[in-house]
Design a protein around this ligand. Sequence first.
Ligand SMILES: Cc1cc2nc3c(=O)[nH]c(=O)nc-3n(C[C@H](O)[C@H](O)[C@H](O)COP(=O)(O)OP(=O)(O)OC[C@H]3O[C@@H](n4cnc5c(N)ncnc54)[C@H](O)[C@@H]3O)c2cc1C
Length: 312
Amino acid sequence: MSQSDNPAAASPAASPADRAALLESLRWQKFPVLDDGFVALVDCMGDDAAVVQAARVSYGEGTRKVSDDRQLIRYLMRHAHTTPFEMAEIKFVIRVPMDCWRQWIRHRTASVNEYSTRYSLAIDSMQTTPGNEWRTQATNNRQGSAGLVAEDQGTRLTQAESDLQNNARRVYEERLSAGIAREQARKDLPLSTYTEAYWKIDLHNLFHFLALRMDAHAQLEIRRYAETIGHEIVSKLFPLCWEAFLDYRVEAMRLTRLDQGVIRRLAERGSPPPASHEDFLTAQDPSWVGLERSRERDECLAKLSVLGLVRS
Ligand SMILES: Cc1cc2nc3c(=O)[nH]c(=O)nc-3n(C[C@H](O)[C@H](O)[C@H](O)COP(=O)(O)OP(=O)(O)OC[C@H]3O[C@@H](n4cnc5c(N)ncnc54)[C@H](O)[C@@H]3O)c2cc1C
């Protein structure tokens, strides 16, 4: 294929030399996460231009007249035309506590190879929590946390954590010294124990992972990993795709039919927004009326607040 036949040649992407230099600067660089975890790029196939190149196969040459690469990528992201994003793949090596890994591994669309604690000694590192980072249980979300405990209580919790982790490690090592198989000796190690894995995923499925795990509803610990992958690595390797991902996934807002009804009723009232909280309550969808608690109503109110349509 000649240079002029290659749709990707129209891309404003970095030169091959710049791209190679960028990759070399990122590969194996350990971006720290939590107290002893990290994320590092091992390899990357493709770039923004690879996504564009694949898309132009389906849209043909005509596309070039109406849109540049950035516009095409943004169109693909907006309209969930996802397969071009599968043309790029990224391989990471990660070090992550087991409890976080348990959430991570639920994402089935990646290829994984994990450190074996049947074959090797369990990594001698457990995630620890500083006294000022113990979070209290959220009352409005059973899966979430809200606020922090007082620091003196946190200090006691951290001391207890340290005792428990040291004891668990001591028992593990005693079992090994007694000749117990590694596969059985490990069974009482805490979920805070770090593991390591190679994790390879295409860009489409990585964005799905990042959208779920960078979200405020995700647990803080895995959120830290997702944010590091996104901001430190993906944003540099795929600047145009990343920008579109932020605009149309991360920062986008879905308005349901019910949300739209509430907005319409607020607008019909004639009072220019922002309306008051009372206005919102009377404009609420009929299916929420009379309910003492409605998560959907709370979510709608949160969206309207972000949009500046409701004063609290
Ligand atoms: C905030 C939060 C809370 C959660 N809470 C819980 C919980 O309480 N309990 C719990 O068990 N899990 C929980 N999860 C995990 C969640 O249910 C998903 O398993 C996880 O997020 C992986 O999502 P996924 O299946 O979309 O991703 P992937 O496995 O990466 O799959 C990506 C997409 O591929 C498709 N796909 C993959 N495999 C299949 C398949 N076999 N059949 C059909 N389609 C497939 C689907 O479209 C899927 O969305 C939670 C996740 C989040 C983000």
